[in-house]
Design a protein around this ligand. Structure first.
Ligand SMILES: [Zn+2]
Ligand SMILES: [Zn+2]
Length: 297
C-alpha cells in the first residue's frame, strides 16, 4: 500500500512536469487531495491530487507518502492524459527517480476497495534531497460495504397464547441477519421487535359453593376464558380439569353411599333390632313386677 501511494505521487509529479508552471507571487506551494468522503467497497471511484507551485514553482521535487491503515484497497489506477486511458499503478518505482519541477497541476486517479476499511495517507512534496518539505497534506481513504441485495423470507404473524409468545408478520434476510416490518424492506427492526409477548392468563376466581341435595357445588377455582384452563390456586400454577372443580349434589352422594356401601344399612338394622329387643324385655319386666305386687296384697 505504501509503495502504491508513493507510486501515485510519482505519477502525479510526472504529469505535472508535462506542463509549464505558472509563475506566481511569493506564496507557499500546496498539495491537496479531492475525494469522496466515503468510498464503496467493490466500486471504482475517482479522486484527484493537485499541487500549486507558488513561489517554488519549477523547483525539482519528489513526492513522499506515509501510509497507515489496513490493506483494504484492491487497486489504484491513474489517468494517462497522453492516451486518455486508465493504468494500474504497480511496483514501488514509477516515473523519474530524479524528481520533477513543481507546478500547478491536477491529476486524476481512481481507487477500488476490496473490503471495508480505512487508510490514512500523509502526502509530502519535498526537495529532491529530501531535506525541505515544501507542501504536505493528509487524507483518509475510507470504504464502507456496498448496499446489499436482500433475499428476504416472509414470516407470517402468529398470535400469542396466554403462555407462548407470538410474532408480528416480518421479513428476514439470512444473508445479513436483518429484520424488516414491511415487504419492501424499508423499515428495519430488531429481532426483539418481532415478538408479541404472551399476554398471561386473565383468570377470574370462582368462589366455592356448597352442594345441596339436588345441586352440585364446587371448590374455589380460577378460570381463564382466553385459553379455557382451570386452576386450583391464585398463582395459576396448578392446572386442573373442569370436573376437578365440581362437588356432587348431596342427594347423589347418599344414593351413592347406600348402594356402594350396603354394610352401613345392615349395621343400622342390627342396631334397631337390638333396641327393639331391649324395649321388649323392659315391657316383660314391668308385667312381672306388677304381678308380684298383686300377689303380695
Ligand atoms: Zn440482507
Ligand atoms: Zn389463559
Amino acid at each position: 500500500m505504501k509503495k502504491k501511494l508513493l507510486a501515485v505521487l510519482t505519477t502525479v509529479m510526472m504529469a505535472f512536469s508535462l506542463f509549464p508552471s505558472v509563475v506566481s507571487a511569493a506564496t507557499a506551494p500546496t498539495v491537496k487531495v479531492d475525494k469522496p468522503d466515503v468510498f464503496t467497497v467493490g466500486q471504482t471511484e475517482e479522486f484527484s491530487i493537485s499541487t500549486t507551485g507558488g513561489s517554488k514553482a519549477g523547483t525539482m521535487v519528489k513526492g513522499f507518502s506515509t501510509v497507515t491503515g489496513d490493506t483494504s484497497i484492491a487497486k489504484i489506477e491513474y489517468y494517462e492524459t497522453a492516451d486518455g486511458k486508465w493504468y494500474e499503478l504497480t511496483g514501488d518505482s514509477f516515473g523519474p527517480q530524479s524528481g520533477f519541477p513543481l507546478g500547478d497541476f491536477t491529476s486524476k486517479f481512481r481507487v477500488t476497495f476490496k473490503e471495508a476499511g480505512s487508510v490514512n495517507a500523509k502526502i509530502e512534496i519535498k526537495t529532491t534531497d529530501g531535506k525541505d518539505v515544501l507542501a504536505e497534506t493528509t487524507a483518509e481513504f475510507k470504504a464502507v460495504p456496498a448496499p446489499h441485495a436482500h433475499t428476504p423470507v416472509e414470516v407470517k404473524a402468529q398470535e400469542p397464547t396466554c403462555t407462548e409468545d407470538g410474532n408480528i408478520a416480518y421479513w428476514y434476510c439470512a444473508d445479513c441477519g436483518e429484520y424488516f416490518s414491511d415487504e419492501a424492506l424499508t423499515k428495519e427492526i430488531s429481532k426483539e421487535d418481532t415478538v408479541v409477548k404472551a399476554a398471561g392468563h386473565h383468570a377470574v376466581k370462582v368462589e366455592a359453593t356448597d352442594p345441596t341435595e339436588t345441586d352440585s357445588g364446587n371448590i374455589a377455582y380460577w378460570y381463564c376464558a382466553d385459553c379455557g384452563k382451570y386452576f386450583s390456586d391464585a398463582a395459576l400454577t396448578k392446572e386442573i380439569s373442569r370436573d376437578d372443580t365440581m362437588i356432587p349434589a348431596l342427594g347423589q352422594s347418599k344414593e351413592n353411599e347406600s348402594t356402594d356401601n350396603p354394610k352401613i344399612g345392615d349395621s343400622g338394622m342390627t342396631l334397631w333390632i337390638s333396641l327393639a329387643a331391649i324395649s321388649a324385655l323392659g315391657l316383660v319386666g314391668t308385667i312381672i313386677l306388677n304381678k308380684k305386687r298383686r300377689t303380695g296384697k
